[in-house]
Design a protein around this ligand. Structure first.
Ligand code: NAP
Length: 306
């Protein structure tokens, strides 16, 4: 059996380390503050935002949620972001994606002050990442590196393959692995013979969004596998196929009407990998922990502590 890289454990460690930093900021006069802008009523986004606010409450971080209507315009969103940029007690501004069609998401993300950009999506902070300069890093990629470090997974000198080239996961995690001195290959939907490229990986990061696509033929024996995928399966037949008719998983499916699966076939990973992240409970919990970490760091920078 591979070593299980437990994201909930790492999340709790990160949160515990943040608590004294939040207390130190509060003792100087003000706890860190995070503002989340949530447009409309997308159920997935509502759950994410609720969890982010809950994490703030647990840590003593001040938070507020702004909820403009689904019909909000780009100009109105720009006004909201500008007001948050100007407010002293707000250290982090997060615009929950996706935004409705009529809103120009790129203009909104560009409007967030780079020093309050706790998602690490602003081009200034993407530039800081590329140049290896300090600044907030995208949360999911930063969480992946934190997890690999805390489990003592060697990155320097190892071959890393990242499947997926999105701006929020694939590209930043590839750059972070490069900064850790891994030899990095980025793959995508046009990569020929993907299984043979993946089989070269000592560290394989799957950020694709396709349920259980990474099967045994993609995995080098003993590799570390980081499964970023979060795919909700609502076909019982597919769930039965992916989970090899597991009674537990099918009972869970029957209860909820769906089941969560990563981008990696869990049984093939269990057979071939040396270490792997489970889904759920692997990468997922780290994203919010790193958002909290970015918010605290932004508050410290603004307070002149670091
Ligand atoms: P995305 O923007 O849709 O990007 C997917 C990437 O996968 C693209 O680069 C795409 O290639 C590539 N791809 C798609 N099909 C492929 C194939 N058959 N072979 C090779 N590459 C293929 O997705 P994302 O936002 O990066 O998210 C990826 C997954 O991670 C999703 O399941 C998402 O839910 C999950 N996620 C989880 C967390 C977390 O906190 N755990 C956070 C963010 C995302 P092209 O560029 O060529 O189209």
């Amino acid at each position: 059996m591979p070593r299980i890289l437990d994201g909930t454990r790492v999340r709790d460690e990160i949160k515990n380390e943040l608590k004294p930093r939040v207390a130190a900021l509060a003792a100087r006069g003000r706890a860190p503050g995070l503002a989340v802008v949530l447009v409309g009523h997308d159920p997935g986004s509502e759950i994410y935002v609720r969890n982010k606010i809950k994490a703030c409450q647990e840590l003593g971080i001040y938070s507020e949620t702004l909820t403009p209507p689904e019909t909000v315009t780009t100009d109105e969103m720009l006004g909201i972001v500008e007001q948050l940029n100007a407010r002293c007690e707000i250290d982090g501004v997060l615009v929950q994606l996706p935004l409705p069609r009529q809103v120009n998401a790129k203009r909104i993300l560009l409007a967030v002050s780079p020093e309050k950009d706790v998602d690490g999506f602003h081009p200034c902070n993407v530039g800081n990442l590329v140049a290896g300069l300090p600044g907030p890093r995208a949360c999911t990629p930063a969480g992946i590196i934190e997890m690999l470090k805390r489990y003592g997974i060697q990155m320097a000198g190892r071959r890393a393959v990242v499947v997926g080239r999105s701006d929020i996961v694939g590209k930043p995690v590839a750059l972070l692995l490069l900064h850790e001195h891994a030899t990095v290959t980025i793959c995508h939907s046009k990569t020929p013979d993907l299984p043979s490229v993946c089989r070269e990986a000592d560290i394989l990061v799957a950020a694709i969004g396709r349920a259980a696509m990474i099967t045994a033929e993609y995995i080098k024996p003993g590799a570390t596998i980081v499964d970023v995928g979060m795919n909700r399966i609502d076909s019982r037949e597919e769930a039965a196929r992916i989970f090899r008719n597991s009674a537990d998983k099918l009972a869970s499916f029957d209860k909820k009407g769906n089941v969560l699966v990563g981008d990696v076939d869990p049984f093939d990973a269990a057979e071939k990998a040396g270490a792997c992240t489970p889904v759920p409970g692997g990468v997922g919990p780290l994203t919010i922990a790193m958002l909290m970490s970015n918010t605290v760091a932004a508050a410290e920078r603004r307070a002149g502590i670091c």
